[in-house]
Design a binder for this molecule. Structure first.
Ligand SMILES: [Zn+2]
Length: 379
């Protein structure tokens, strides 16, 4: 039995409050999912992610396949056990990294042949192989193998790319359904299984996006993602594609926009009716000294913070803000101490997760006005 989607309410703006019942966690949505590329949300230990309220995190199939290898992870009981994360997880298909990181790729109907960005060794990713790897990793949600269309791409290129993605979606689903019993935790959760999401592609072309959505819905996935965004296109275009696709997706299944965004973006897309989002921005920005706060963005490396005894964000009660000063965080960045990246990441993740929690309470409040909804960032 795949995930159960419990829709609690839909606001006038389209924003949805829902619960996604997964084997390892009931996830309250809209949800922001921290990215744990190599089986770790960079620089932040799992117990702190739990304290911050992270409900579900991502793992990257391409990276974990190359190192330490999916069979090794399977032999250790799956990714949850391997990294000691008891809550929900989602793995991507590996497609995005194959296309963005690997060398000498060769695209065929069968799949993609590529050389590892680590040692140049030769590998092949097909829909079937991506499913085998994701089943071995054992995340609660897996993603169909797709080709992420680059930006800009002309219409012929976007259509050709979509042709692969649609054929691969059907093969992913068939192989997944036939082999999902091989998940390391089979039978541990009263018949609950992994779920598989289809990914809507089509570049920035509305008719290709519509075709993609309609065909995926006919295939009957457990949820739907909108991929191929945040690839360098202007934000107006991102919003247009999301607005085009959302109404075509079933109301009774989760909707996931991949790879977005800044805090104001995740709020905006949640308002439009997106249930799930993930992004490396909070942790990547943190390692470069960029903090998201209730007063806006703050570059903690700036000289003005050298003797500032205040916490990074006076409105935040995260473990970083309740203990450390701006002056100390700046010192850690100046000296290149790894603790700086850790403390900054903890705050930024707290900011993202608290933003979503604030949005939940606004959506749960029946008298919420659209204006109040628009501003959970200024709480
Ligand atoms: Zn904080």
């Amino acid at each position: 039995m795949p995930l159960r989607f419990e829709l609690l309410s839909t606001a006038a703006s389209g924003a949805r409050r829902a619960r996604i019942h997964l084997p390892h966690r009931i996830v309250e949505t809209p949800v922001f999912m921290p990215v744990g590329t190599q089986g770790t949300v960079k620089a932040v230990p799992q117990n702190i992610l739990e304290d911050l309220g992270a409900q579900i995190i991502l793992g990257n199939t391409y990276h974990l396949y190359l190192r330490p290898g999916h069979e090794l992870i399977r032999s250790l009981g799956g990714l949850h056990k391997f990294i000691s994360w008891p809550r929900a997880m989602l793995t991507d298909s590996g497609g995005f990294q194959v296309f963005s990181l690997s060398k000498l790729r060769k695209l065929t109907e069968q799949g993609v042949e590529f050389r590892s960005h680590l040692d140049g060794s030769k590998h092949m990713f097909s829909p079937e192989h991506s499913m085998n790897v994701q089943i071995a990793l054992g995340a609660d949600i897996c993603m169909a193998f797709d080709e992420c269309t680059e930006y800009p791409a002309d219409e012929a290129r976007a259509a050709e790319s979509l042709r692969y993605t649609m054929a691969w979606a059907a093969r992913s689903l068939t192989h997944f359904r036939a082999h999902q019993h091989l998940v390391p935790w089979h039978n541990e959760f009263n018949g609950q299984t992994q779920s598989l999401f289809g990914i809507v592609q089509g570049g920035m072309y509305p008719h290709l996006r519509r075709e993609s959505a309609q065909r995926l819905v006919e295939m009957n996935f457990d949820g739907y993602a909108i991929g191929g965004l945040s690839v360098g296109e202007p934000r107006d275009l991102t919003r247009e594609v999301i607005a085009e696709v959302l109404p075509l997706l079933p109301k009774d299944k989760p909707r996931y926009v991949m790879g977005v965004g800044f805090p104001d973006e995740i709020v905006e897309y949640a308002r439009m009716g997106v249930d799930m989002m993930d992004c490396v921005i909070p942790t990547r920005a943190a390692r470069h000294g960029l903090l998201f706060t209730s007063e806006g963005r703050m570059n903690i490396k700036n000289r003005q913070f050298a003797d500032d005894p205040n916490p990074p964000d006076s409105q935040c009660s995260c473990p970083t803000c309740s203990r450390y000063s701006r002056a100390y965080l700046r010192h850690l960045m100046q000296t290149g101490e790894p603790l700086g990246g850790t403390l900054n990441s903890i705050h930024n993740l707290a900011f993202y997760l608290n933003t979503m929690a604030t949005l939940h309470s606004q959506l749960d409040e029946p008298t919420t006005t659209e204006h109040a909804l628009a501003n959970p960032l200024t709480r």
